[in-house]
Write a new protein. Structure first.
Length: 642
């Protein structure tokens, strides 16, 4: 760019007036960690990232096998930025399988939540252009081929994925079976089904189901038969088996983020999310064969919560010693950051500015002084980035300060929603929050008086009925039990529908099933549960639509990260919902919320019912699974204890 003639100021000013280079909200989330676009000045906070890469290299060279590093930082100084740097370095150069944890689900089931996080990360693209799970499967396949044949052909991940893509379904099934058999002869594995599921990720057609199964979700019986896997494998032992298989072939890098959420407590133990994750890190580090665990949090979180745990826990969170503290920006780092940001902006438009920080000057940026966060610098640039001649005549839309809640909301909408429609807890939590904004309002003739996730008579939570909406409808008391049931497998779905029909136990006047229409329900389930719920008991089915749930998930994420990431208050968030709800499909203006409160249609959704032999259906739902019985017993015990 320096060898090219400087562009005319007229062209540069026109570009700046057309689009602010710093218009993108100065926040990072999961889409930035996993995505391709990433602005990074590697000198910023290099004192924190270099020890991480050094530790990874030392693990690779077998100086030691595992360690953990904690990073502390004030909000806006780059916690998620460091994680994104690690991810992008590994994706560009290899050197480790990357796992990113930031959505934990039900804090009482943190290990099940981590199983989902681990398998979900396997479904992300690795450094060889295919999914990380497919890279792992290829390494395992080459070992299986070496054990099974005298003159094996070894594959690269892209080549093996392409081979599976061209294979007929019967061939692919045979390959998976033979690879599994050969691998089990070569390696000592406690759970052969985990091995088989990883090999299934090589098939583009079956990969999503294999990942779902590895996440611990229950898959439909027909898919279970097709893949020759049990309908479900949800356990910490499954997690450890996956970790062992990964460690056999490469280093593992696990990053824990978003540990500063102010109101994220387990209501039974009273522990904060950071403390619960600390316990998980301890368990992982004790069982990990080869890898590095990183956690990022604010300094107060470390001193006031993590350090208050027993030494055997907090020492595992930062086995390398005291946490590494991120630094505020200085003059040089500010200039480096702004130069890089503008360089990419001008290069995209084939423009050459008179200096790397134009329309600013280096003295302007230096005058910002020390003690600024990355976020503050980028926000200042956004507010002040306009042609010098236009300083007093800036377009009113540019001059007007945008609502910080709206900026955060738009940023969260950009996040990769991935398999959110499969995560029942996340969906229910977002809908519950929307109802909290509706308290005191009348919607569809129902005046919402209270919302609670303590749905049992003794005040305990339930595995399947997510929350109750309590209010008045035409002068009568109403209590609507809402169950988000996105399960594919029959056992969990049957158990949830059975609960939803039990008005007496849960003190309901109406049961409401929320489920995607794309997720079919067997005719047996319809007759046994839906017909009684809808036609006899006045219950309701509400279709879960992606375009309606996304805004609710996004605003709930803003609320969770309101203090640390976005610097907004709960009052501001509820004010935004009240003012922009109709425009943004939030609060009482969201069609999903309206549907839940509307008069029941008494109609069973015919387009989501599919036939299945009654004998098969009965075998699925006739008995509660052992896992459900155990879960219910523990749930009741905790409720009684509380």
């Amino acid at each position: 760019m320096t060898n090219s003639p400087v562009s005319s100021l007229e062209d540069i000013h026109a570009a700046l007036l057309n689009q602010n280079p710093f218009a993108k909200p100065p926040y990072l989330n999961a889409s930035d960690v996993w995505g391709q676009d990433f602005f990074d000045v590697e000198t910023i906070n290099a004192h924190a990232s270099e020890p991480i890469f050094q530790a990874l290299q030392q693990i690779h060279s077998r100086q030691y096998s595992t360690t953990s590093i904690a990073i502390t930082a004030q909000d806006g100084t780059g916690k998620t930025h460091i994680i994104s740097r690690i991810r992008h370095r590994l994706q560009a150069k290899g050197g480790g399988l990357f796992v990113y944890a930031n959505k934990y689900g039900d804090l009482r089931k943190i290990k099940q939540g981590f199983q989902r996080i681990l398998a979900e990360s396997l479904g992300k693209i690795g450094w060889q252009g295919v999914k990380q799970g497919q890279e792992l499967a290829t390494a395992m396949s080459n070992d299986a081929l070496k054990a099974g044949t005298s003159n094996p052909k070894f594959y690269s991940p892209p080549d093996l994925v392409e081979k599976f893509k061209k294979g007929k379904p019967s061939q692919v099934k045979k390959w998976v079976k033979e690879l599994t058999k050969s691998f089990l002869q070569a390696k000592d594995v406690s759970d052969p089904d985990i091995v088989k599921a990883i090999f299934w990720t090589l098939s583009d057609e079956q990969s999503l189901y294999a990942i779902k199964w590895l996440e611990g979700q229950e898959i439909a019986q027909y898919k279970s038969n097709e893949l020759e896997l049990p309908t479900q494998r949800q356990s910490f032992e499954a997690v450890l088996q996956i970790l062992d298989l990964i460690s056999e072939y490469q280093e593992l890098v696990i990053c824990f983020d978003e540990l500063d959420t102010p109101d994220a407590y387990d209501d039974i133990s009273g522990l904060h999310i950071s403390q619960i994750v600390a316990g998980l890190i301890k368990d992982l580090l004790q069982n990990l064969s080869r890898g590095l665990i990183i956690s990022v949090m604010m300094p107060a979180q470390w001193s006031n919560r993590i350090k208050q745990l027993p030494g055997g826990v907090y020492n595992k969170v930062s086995a390398q010693g005291n946490p590494i503290d991120l630094k505020y920006m200085d003059d040089k780092s500010i200039i480096d950051l702004v130069s890089l940001w503008l360089k990419k902006y001008y290069e995209t438009r084939k423009l050459v500015p008179p200096n790397p920080v134009y329309p600013f000057t280096e003295s302007q940026l230096s005058n910002l002084g020390k003690g600024e966060t990355i976020r503050q610098v980028l926000q200042w640039c956004k507010d002040n980035c306009h042609p010098p001649a236009q300083t007093d005549a800036v377009d009113e839309n540019v001059r007007e300060a945008a609502d910080p809640v709206e900026i955060a909301f738009i940023k969260e909408l950009e996040d990769d929603f991935g398999d959110y429609l499969e995560q029942t807890y996340l969906l229910a939590d977002a809908i519950l929050f929307a109802f909290q904004a509706a308290i005191g309002k009348t919607v569809e003739r129902v005046t919402v008086q209270a919302v609670t996730d303590k749905v049992k008579k003794k005040g305990g939570k339930d595995v399947y009925i997510n929350f109750k909406v309590i209010g008045k409808e035409n002068g009568k008391d109403v209590c609507i039990g809402v169950a988000v049931l996105q399960y594919d497998g029959g056992k969990a779905l049957g158990a949830g529908l059975r609960r939803l029909n039990d008005y007496e136990t849960f003190d309901l006047t109406r049961g409401c099933l929320v489920r995607s229409k794309s997720k079919k329900i067997t005719s047996f389930m319809e007759q046994k549960y839906l017909e009684p719920l809808i036609r006899q008991k006045g219950g309701e089915f509400v279709p879960l639509k992606e375009e309606e749930i996304k805004p609710l998930i996004a605003i709930r994420a803003v609320h969770r990260k309101r203090e640390v990431d976005y610097g907004v208050s709960e009052e501001q968030i509820f004010q935004f919902i009240a003012q922009k709800g109709a425009q943004k499909m939030l609060g009482v203006s969201n069609p999903l919320i309206k549907d839940i409160l509307s008069d029941p249609s008494y109609q069973v959704p015919a387009d989501m019912i599919e036939d299945e032999p009654v004998i098969v259906a009965e075998s699925i739902v006739s008995d509660l699974s052992e896992a459900e019985q155990t879960e219910e017993a523990i749930d009741n015990l905790l409720t009684d204890f509380n």
